[in-house]
Design a protein. Structure first.
Length: 91
């Protein structure tokens, strides 16, 4: 998301379980503030509130948070063939 916010060649973002995984607790939030490109974020039901909060400052009207069916799977794993509900996630 940081790169999408600063690079005109990036037209949109698909993010799997976005969050604050850096030593600066607000790194992701700061670097996506004002992002105006389309964003689709996949998240589990347990992480959904944090992801929605993180996406609050994304200016794009094309932002969407997709909550997967299986609360234990997150990241790109939600697309794997052995992950329950992967067909819905692909659709």
């Amino acid at each position: 998301m940081k790169i999408a916010n600063t690079n005109e060649n990036v037209l949109g973002v698909i993010a799997f379980s976005p969050g604050e995984y850096f030593s600066d607790d607000h790194f992701t939030e700061k670097n996506m503030d004002g992002l105006t490109k389309p964003v689709l974020a996949f998240t589990s039901s347990t992480q959904a509130p944090a992801v929605r909060n993180l996406m609050e400052n994304v200016a794009s009207v094309l932002k969407s948070v997709y909550v997967t069916q299986n609360e234990n799977d997150h990241g790109s794993r939600v697309l794997w063939s052995d992950c329950p509900g992967n067909e819905k996630n692909w659709a």
